[in-house]
Design a protein around this ligand. Structure first.
Ligand SMILES: *Cc1c(COP(=O)(O)O)cnc(C)c1O
Length: 409
């Protein structure tokens, strides 16, 4: 991803910054568009993964819809050219202000997450003399086999409506004059690499749509959410997700009736690999037991490692040809087994805890990273940072807002 000319360009720039490879983003979007189009599946981009304006414009230009989780995301999607008929509004805690805003914008659909929310949307729609399209987010009690911090489809989760509440939902939908039931919605978690999770989800979706049909509802939309994972261990080898296999699971296992639409909400799989966080080594601290690389980027620029123990590949761009290499293979059960990192050549290497400058001991990107011997001023790339990276940046410690740099400039 980083040729010498690019590294030279980085040397001229103030760090830290997010570097976006827009060509890789486009290639990823094309792969997803081609693979979904074949089955007439509709993909909404889950905007919360990255709402950088250049990223949004690029995604919009491929014709994707937008999956939004706040009123401001709804507005941003529409102002970036996403079609209103392709904007979905999800989220467990939509405020009245946000619901009103989405009603005013005539978006495609609300994904409702509780019985009480149905009442509220109905009342607000009625006051505006409008009808709101509704998909019911069902909690399918499917284990996503992902990190427990990012699993969302189990019964004890705050997300979605549990199956035992569905009779109350059906009753409510019959009562509410200003709601139009469109279909059912699911989202079981994030960073899912084990496709059998989606297979199990399909079986649950089939069961749930049969239940609604049995109650006399027409289910026009099956929205199966997002959550498809990426390879954080080998970002260059697997820079684009295998969308073909992913969509094929739904083609094979979902019971799709004629005239029914199947919707997806992908976030991470579309944007994660297209960005790296580029930082500089400020200080090297050699301790008795540990060595520290202190970077000019920290949890204020990329919080995933600190927030949910996420793994990111780390490379020293100033010591070319000797970046960290981690061999990994995906096992049948989706778990990633990794062997000890090794370096490509035999330059002296050291183990470092790679940390940020923030006054919190959790401000550590990774411990025990094998890297070539590094110095103050070396450029460090933290890979696969395009999803839940720049958008989670904060101003804690009154830090400067992290900048973005693009390949097309
Ligand atoms: C976050 C989210 C997504 C996208 O998840 P990814 O793991 O980034 O694909 C999709 N749908 C809903 C409802 C979400 O909350």
């Amino acid at each position: 991803m980083f040729n010498p000319a690019l590294v030279n360009r980085f040397r001229q720039l103030e760090t830290p910054f997010y570097y976006y490879d827009l060509e890789l983003l486009k290639a990823t979007l094309k792969a997803c568009a081609d693979a979904s189009f074949r089955h007439h599946f509709l993909v909404h981009y889950a905007m919360k993964a990255n709402f950088n304006p250049r990223v949004l414009d690029t995604i919009q230009s491929f014709g994707f819809g937008a999956d939004c989780v706040s009123g401001n995301e709804v507005l941003a999607a529409i102002s970036h050219g996403f079609k209103k008929e392709k904007v979905v509004f999800a989220g467990v805690g939509k405020s009245d202000k946000e619901i009103n805003l989405a009603l005013d914008q005539d978006i495609f659909c609300f994904n409702a997450e509780s019985v009480q929310e149905l009442d509220v949307i109905d009342q607000l729609a009625s006051a505006k003399n409008k009808t709101a399209n509704i998909a019911i987010r069902i909690n399918p009690n499917v284990d996503a086999h992902t990190h427990h911090f990012i699993t969302t489809g189990l019964e004890e989760n705050k997300f979605g409506i549990n199956t035992w509440e569905l009779p109350a939902v059906a009753e409510k939908l019959r009562q509410c004059q200003n709601l139009n039931f469109l279909g059912i919605h699911f989202h079981v978690g994030s960073q899912i690499n084990d496709l059998s999770v989606f297979q199990n989800l399909c079986l649950k979706v089939n069961e749930m749509q049969a239940w609604f049909q049995g109650q006399g509802f027409e289910v026009k939309v099956l929205n199966v959410g997002g959550g498809l994972g990426i390879d954080y261990f080998l970002p260059d080898k697997n820079s684009i997700v295998d969308f073909e296999s992913y969509f094929q699971v739904f083609k094979d296992f979902l019971q799709i009736n004629p005239n029914q639409e199947v919707h997806f909400e992908l976030g991470r799989a579309l944007v994660a690999q297209c960005a790296s966080l580029i930082s500089k080594v400020l200080y090297v601290k050699n301790g008795l037991k540990k060595n520290f690389l202190i970077l000019d980027a920290g949890m204020t620029e990329l919080i995933r490692p600190m927030l949910y123990q996420a793994y990111h590949q780390i490379e020293n761009l100033s010591k070319s040809g000797s970046q960290e290499v981690r061999e990994s293979e995906s096992l049948g059960d989706g778990k990633v087994e990794s062997q000890a990192p090794s370096t490509i050549n035999h330059k002296p290497s050291t183990h470092y805890d790679v940390v940020g400058p923030i006054c919190e001991s959790t401000d550590c990107f990774r411990t025990d990273v094998e890297l070539p011997e590094s110095q103050r001023g070396d450029l460090i790339a933290i890979r696969s940072a395009g999803a839940y990276g720049e958008v989670m940046a904060s101003g804690y410690n009154l830090r400067d807002r992290v900048q973005a740099v693009y390949s097309e400039e």
